[in-house]
Every structure is written in C-alpha cells, then in structure tokens.
Design a protein around this ligand. Structure first.
Ligand code: ZN
Length: 211
C-alpha cells in the first residue's frame, strides 16, 4: 500500500479509534495490519485496545517477520502475513471479534463455503462470499495455513474463523475497514431477520452484481 509509514501509523490509530467508538470492537481484541510497498508490515500491538492506539507503538515488521519498531506485534500477525502471501493485491487486513459476525461464527449449521447467503447487493459487491475456516485455539499456527489455503482457492475478500470472528481484506486500509463494517452490518441484518421470510438474491442477481 502506498503512503509513508508514519501517515499509515496515524491512519491505523484513527480508524481503530473510530471502530472502537462505534463498538465494532471492545477491550483488547482484534488487530489491523497494513502492507507497505517494500513488504514491511505495520500491525497493531499484542493486546492493544483500539480506543487507545498510539502511532509510535504500532509494530513495524520486515518481510521476514522481524520486529523493526514499536511494541511486540499481535500473535495473530501470523495469519495476516499468510493472507498477504496468498493475495498480492491485499494492502490491509482487519480482524475483529465484532458481535454479530462472532455470533454467526458460533452457529453449528454454517455453510463452510459461504457463511452468509446474499440478501443485499452491497454485501455481494463489497465482500462477495464468506468462507469459514475450522475452529482452532487462539494462536494456533494452523489458522494461518487454513486462511492461506482459503485465500488461494477462492476470490473471497472476507473469511470467518469458526467460534472466533471475521477477517477482512482490502486493497487499502480504508477499503478493509469499510468492507468489515458492511459485513458486520449484513450479519446484524441477518439476525434481525430471523423468523422473517427473507427474499434471498437469486443466482442470476448475484452474477449480475459480480459482473
Ligand atoms: Zn481474534
């Protein structure tokens, strides 16, 4: 992603605070990363609260995973790096434990190819589909392998970690955050519509949107 590292550090803090203020994230959960043009990665530090991020504390990692500056990175950095490896176009990754998507991730009957069947056009246009990666304990290195395989074998821009939460990609940081918000709102609508007769988009309507 273009932009100098210090500006990007500030944008991570500003957008993190915005997500925190609107309760897309609470406590010390979630992480945001940005890949720079030279392969360096900026990522939120381990256990950091999005309401109190400081630009000089954002972890800066080289392409081999060594810490160059800032605090110790989130342990979930391994799966951010796996997604950057799998997707050359990705410039940013956002992972949250947002309420409605995490609730969705706990359902037993999830379709692992796509956890959220389309019923609004914006979900199709911004996110596409939502493949599920199997349950692993937090920090399990296999989460990175699972996500890398899913990212290589689909064109999805978002993934759902079973019983954990969403991971969303974007070409830019802003796009990743916007897509995360769209996805969380879609999951909220899905739960609001429980018990209602949903008019699901048809295959033709979905292909028209994808074109
Ligand atoms: Zn997590």
């Amino acid at each position: 992603m273009t932009g100098d590292a210090s500006t990007l550090r500030e944008r991570i803090c500003t957008l993190g605070k915005s997500l925190f203020d609107r309760r897309f994230v609470v406590g010390g959960a979630g992480n945001i990363s940005v890949r720079l043009d030279d392969g360096r990665i900026l990522v939120t530090p381990t256990g950091s609260n999005f309401g109190r991020l400081q630009p000089d504390e954002i972890s800066e990692i080289d392409a081999d995973g060594n810490l160059l500056a800032g605090k110790k990175p989130s342990k979930e950095l391994t799966f951010h790096r796996a997604l950057f490896r799998a997707r050359s176009e990705a410039g940013a990754v956002v992972h949250l434990h947002s309420t409605y998507l995490t609730a969705l991730s706990c359902r037993r009957d999830l379709d692992h190819e796509n956890a959220l069947r389309p019923f609004t056009p914006y979900y199709v246009m911004r996110v596409g589909s939502l493949p599920v990666s199997p349950y692993r304990r937090p920090g399990d290195p296999r989460i990175a392998d699972d996500l890398e395989a899913l990212a290589r074998h689909s064109d999805a821009r978002a993934f759902l970690l079973a019983s954990h939460g969403p991971v969303v990609l974007g070409k830019t940081l802003e796009e990743a955050v916007d897509n995360m918000e769209e996805l969380e709102e879609t999951a909220k609508l899905f739960f609001l519509l429980r018990g209602e007769e949903i008019r699901w988009l048809t295959d033709d309507q979905i292909s028209e949107l994808r074109r």
